[in-house]
Design a protein around this ligand. Sequence first.
Ligand code: DC
Length: 215
Amino acid sequence: MIVVIDGPAGSGKSSTARAVAERTGFTFLDSGAFYRAITLLYLRNHKNQELFFDQMKSCDLQVEFNDGRFSIRLNGETVTELIRDKEVSANVSTVAAMPQAREFVNTHLREFVKDGSFIADGRDLGTAVFPDADLKFFFDASVEKRAERRLNEMLLNGQQTDLEAVKLNIRERDHIDSTRKVAPLRKADDAIVVDTGLLTLEEQIQFVINTVKGR
Ligand code: DC
């Protein structure tokens, strides 16, 4: 079974999907982490596209979901924390707009879900990557709500930032993600829309679990 949650940055997709996975035994798949990991490669190649594509094609990207923890390794190096860095967040939408990068990530995502039950979060999972997913959700909330949530998460992780900087990053990413030519952020016609500005995290989790159980 494949369940997908798409939506803009900070709408609560990842926290919900991770908790649902823990409670149901599904495997959590954070598709944004793939884009973030290759963004590290892009930055390490000083944003030189030719070098970046070259290294991307031959890089080894591995993900794991064990004991409720999702981790990602790039060429053997665990980059789970590093990919949350501000510099990565500021550049990830640019990388995610590159068709070659999308093709690369999609191949990995489809490979990963070959066996078992998965709950994945992203931007284009219900529309482009897994159009035949068993259940599709689209999470959304105002920029203010999303920025507040993201800020709290970042402060808890010890990152230095403020509400205005987070809002700016969210607005920029919303714009790039929803206006890019290939697979823009868009609700699938058959997705269930959830306004996460009106719900607590626990309510979101319960709603997804109950809907999954109903299938
Ligand atoms: O969910 P996130 O904030 O970690 O995602 C990081 C970026 O990756 C986001 O700005 C857009 C891109 N992304 C995408 O284009 N398609 C996906 N399925 C997942 C993420």
